[in-house]
Ligand binder design. Structure first.
Ligand SMILES: Nc1ncnc2c1ncn2[C@@H]1O[C@H](COP(=O)(O)OP(=O)(O)OP(=O)(O)O)[C@@H](O)[C@H]1O
Ligand SMILES: [Mg+2]
Length: 141
């Protein structure tokens, strides 16, 4: 791959109607580029979980996807409440999802563990009252 690619997707908080569009867009782009199916699957899962967390917990966010010959970087930055205890939020089963969200099938507390499992690198930065930034890298080859 000689070229490198950059795509931005906006994510709107509480907009369950359009939830998943950013990660679907990412999947389309990676497919067009000709990325290996297993890499696409891992990137799409990580992107979807990060996107859903913006929809569920934040006001708005921006997903930036960069692809080059060495890998895929997905960065999701949001404006929102932030996370006071990132270690606790990373634990399997920890969730502050509302009953309404649980009825929609979310809130198992598996989003972040799922991102970690599918990423080669995973970083979370957050400032309470400001927002959260999630950085995922998936290597190619
Ligand atoms: N972008 C975010 N802004 C604020 N809080 C967040 C954000 N992302 C996650 N959290 C907090 O971390 C918790 C754990 O997130 P995680 O994605 O693992 O689980 P979940 O979203 O609650 O459930 P699931 O992802 O299984 O539907 C959330 O319940 C929420 O309290
Ligand atoms: Mg989640």
């Amino acid at each position: 791959m000689a070229k490198s690619y950059l795509h931005l997707f906006r994510i709107q908080g509480q907009d369950f109607q359009n939830a998943g569009k950013a990660s679907t867009g990412l999947k389309t782009i990676l497919t067009q580029i000709g990325i290996d199916a297993d890499i696409i699957r891992r990137a799409a899962i990580a992107a979807y979980e990060a996107e859903m967390n913006v929809v569920m917990y934040a006001q708005e966010g921006l997903m930036t996807v960069e692809v080059n010959s060495s890998g895929i970087r997905i960065s999701v930055e949001d404006k929102g409440p932030g996370i006071s205890d990132i270690d606790m939020a990373m634990r399997e089963g920890y969730s502050t999802a509302t009953d309404e969200m649980r009825e929609m099938g979310f809130g198992a507390g598996m989003g972040r563990p799922n991102i970690k499992r599918n990423a080669d690198e995973f970083k979370v930065k957050s400032t309470v009252g400001v927002g959260t930034q999630v950085d995922v890298r998936i290597s190619i080859n």
